[in-house]
Design a protein around this ligand. Sequence first.
Ligand code: GLN
Length: 534
Amino acid sequence: MTKYIFVTGGVTSSLGKGIIAASLAKLLQSRGFSVTIQKFDPYINVDPGTLNPYEHGECYVTKDGAETDLDLGHYERFLNVPTTQANNVTTGRIYQTVIEKERKGDYLGKTVQVIPHITDEIKRRIKLLGEDDKFEIVITEIGGTVGDIESLPYTEAIRQLRWELGEENSIVLHLTLIPFLAAAKELKTKPTQHSVKELLSQGIQPDLLICRTEHHLPQQVKDKLALFCNVDKESVIEAIDAETIYDVPLLMLKEKLDLIALKKLNLPSRQEPQLSEWKTFLGKLKNPLGEVNIGLVGKYNELPDAYKSIYESFVHAGAINECEVHVTAIHSETLTADTVHQMLGPLDGILVAPGFGERGIEGKIVAIQYARETDLPFFGICLGMQCAVVEFAQNVLELKGAASSEVDPESPNPVIDMMDEQKEISKKGGTMRLGSYPCDLKQKSLAHTIYQTNQVDERHRHRYEFNNQFLKSFEDAGMLASGINPETGLVEMVEIPSHPWFLGVQFHPELRSTVEQPHPIFVSFVKACMKKHN
Ligand code: GLN
């Protein structure tokens, strides 16, 4: 029978529930259990796809084309197992399902209410991942903070589910903050006591307390927490600030989080955690032999979470190359013909980021022209690849007014254009080209050298595409389409063979990079930057 672990948060948001959930999952996986993690987000958007990156950080796309919360990226990076649509559910999605059922008449004349109809739908979606014993352990993270009006239906669903599942089949892990008052030189437990009281008032007794703290928790603080919060002393776990998120599984191992959770779920510990690959990665990450400086040219730079997966991919690719990757965020709006030399001159390579809309496009094109003309390693992702195509059209092919029709709908030379099927669509939510698609690689290309195979699958999230009417002129002038979708003929990768390292990809490789499998394009790009550095 599948066992369930619920993760709630108290006191404040941003405590890192996603990292704690992913770390526990990693430990359980390393002991031989099949584990998955699911996240419930209590907002009304049906998915985060329509959210501005400033609101909610990056939108993570799963293999099956779901637009999801960025925590799913952590789950995949830690577990090295793909997630799906079922791993991220919002309040909007729950209500949408219930309302659709109501319209179909499925509730047979009954009044549709939060309890039981909304809570039933929440419970159904929690159990879905455990069904058919697909996973032995399902970890469900509830977004937000206990006490929020929005999260009430979720805590109520957990209360009911725990009762239905019976003892030893589920536990609740409550992540909380123990603030340190510098003036009093004291760690304070009161906020945690209050947040546990709040949970208790909703009928939930947490089994474990995970305490985020900047200072080690003395035993007497743990004892106090145990006493006031009705948990045993061994179940008060310290989560001290870590140097990198990748330290957290090992810190939790030291705290015996996995063993305590397994004991409460009445599961055997099975085997010693198999974490040698993880430790090798950490060893390399912390002892780099070289360094590179890479510019991340984008427009959502105020919020690093907007490019979460790109930053993490550089961590993975840096470690495997035993090289420290310093990523400097460069606001594309500050790049002009006058500033570009000074801003990009000191760098070993640039990555032009994904994005939407016309703001900041000019700066991206200026940056790409600079990289192309000075042999600076260039890596363009999605919009970044589209900008590379536009730059080439404007400055090499000298096509008048060449543009992406996203930026200039009237362009006489729309080298990046909307696909015909997209033109009919007026709804914004979930209507882009989403999820995994195959891509054939041209022999002897940089793409082929990187992947060492003839076909790959990569994830997409965009509306616009390379306009194949122009393909021949591009190839004649030295920009090669090295990755092609075998079913539609769409261009997925472009490169300039005469340049040391110039690659644009229509898909998002950053969504597939994990600790155990750093993405080969990032690995190769970092190598090219190392060469440039030396
Ligand atoms: N805005 C572009 C498109 O829709 C690129 C999207 C992206 O970078 N994810 O095609």
